[in-house]
Write a protein that binds this ligand. Structure first.
Ligand SMILES: Nc1nc2c(ncn2[C@@H]2O[C@H](COP(=O)(O)OP(=O)(O)OP(=O)(O)O)[C@@H](O)[C@H]2O)c(=O)[nH]1
Length: 329
């Protein structure tokens, strides 16, 4: 493909049925009128209703009518993303500045994100920006207990939009926030009603450029010590100033992913590798993971490995022990 332009940012909007994804999408489109945005809507069921609900003349809407975005139909998403480029290159369509994907309320975000990891050519054209998870403040506490999809959407968020805030009192809002933080403490929360959040706060965050964006705040560790036997999804944070023996680490992590990949929804991190002057940045989803060399460590910088794993039924103490076994003395 001869596409020379800078990579096109892609953001994924996820969230349970009725949480306010389309409302947020419309708010973003209204806020970003200067941009040409391609919208991909993945609908549950085959009536093209969502398409009609998205307002805006500038945007092109591509609808995937195959129900949920699951592994089986991931090729549809990939094909759609290629079709967008073809429309520009071969049919004289004006280039797009951005792509927004609204997933079905019942979808898991993993396969969507995986599409970009599994298809290197696609990632030369598109740049995965951020996964935004919309939360229905009013229904969330019930939904999160009842639906595995909601827990996965929460686990996957780079940012939360806590929508319908006007429908709940401050006490309940605090409870929802506490619950979100217990599942996924690293993702910032934007509280709003009717999706009214500035697009600038959600877009161009490039949270998948982990090198730039991974910031594990002090206190993050404390959160991770809470175990959630009732919901079973938790985040584990591993960090150390000791250098990592990369051979040991690869062996451990490879085995881990083979055995526990199903339970590991998302992980990302930076490694301080023994004898290597650059950071190793890696991230993955379930069994799929990728690592690459990042920026060199500077002389005045503390070399440190940090990574976070969000998943189901993971044992923090075991992870910690096994990780420590990969460190040099
Ligand atoms: N009261 C209230 N209603 C809202 C708010 N945001 C959205 N809604 C309403 O909630 C309903 C669902 O909003 P949508 O934006 O369609 O939600 P969605 O997540 O796209 O829904 P699905 O496509 O079914 O998954 C609509 O009737 C919206 O008007 C809000 O902040 N407060």
């Amino acid at each position: 493909m001869s596409f020379q332009a800078p990579r096109i940012p892609v953001s994924i909007l996820t969230g349970f049925l009725g949480s306010g994804k389309t409302t947020l999408l419309n708010a973003i489109l209204a806020d970003k009128q200067e941009e040409r945005i391609a919208v991909i809507v993945n609908e549950f069921g085959d009536a093209g209703i969502d398409q009609q609900l998205v307002i805006g003349a500038q945007e092109e809407i591509f609808e995937l009518n195959n129900g949920c975005l699951c592994c089986k139909i991931r090729t549809d998403l990939i094909n759609t993303l290629y079709a967008l480029i073809q429309a520009v290159e071969e049919q004289g369509h004006e280039p797009f500045d951005r792509v927004l994907i609204e997933t079905s309320g019942l979808a898991e975000p993993a396969p969507v994100v995986q599409s970009f990891l599994v298809d290197p050519e696609l990632s030369e054209i598109y740049h995965l920006d951020t996964v935004v998870t919309v939360i229905d403040s009013y229904h969330f506490l019930k939904q999160v207990q009842e639906h595995e999809e909601v827990r996965k959407q929460v686990a996957f968020a780079d940012k939360f939009v806590l929508n319908k805030a006007g429908l709940v009192n401050s006490e309940r809002r605090a409870k929802v926030k506490g619950m979100l933080a217990s599942f996924n403490p690293a993702a910032p929360v934007h509280v709003t009603s009717d999706g009214e959040v500035s697009a600038a706060e959600l877009l161009n965050q490039f949270t998948f450029d982990i090198e730039e964006k991974l910031r594990i705040e002090p206190g993050f560790m404390d959160h991770s010590h809470h175990h959630h036997h009732d919901h079973e999804i938790s985040s584990i944070v591993l960090q150390s100033q000791k250098a990592v023996d990369i051979k040991e680490f690869e062996k451990w992590f490879g085995d881990l992913v083979d055995n526990k990949g199903e339970q590991m929804y998302r992980y990302k991190g930076i490694l301080n590798v023994d004898g290597f002057n650059k950071r190793i940045i890696f991230q993955g989803i379930h069994m799929l993971f990728a690592g690459k060399a990042g920026a060199p460590w500077t002389a005045d910088e503390e070399r440190k490995s940090q990574f976070v794993i969000i998943g189901k039924g993971l044992d923090q103490d075991l992870f910690q022990r096994e990780f420590e076994a990969c460190l040099t003395e």
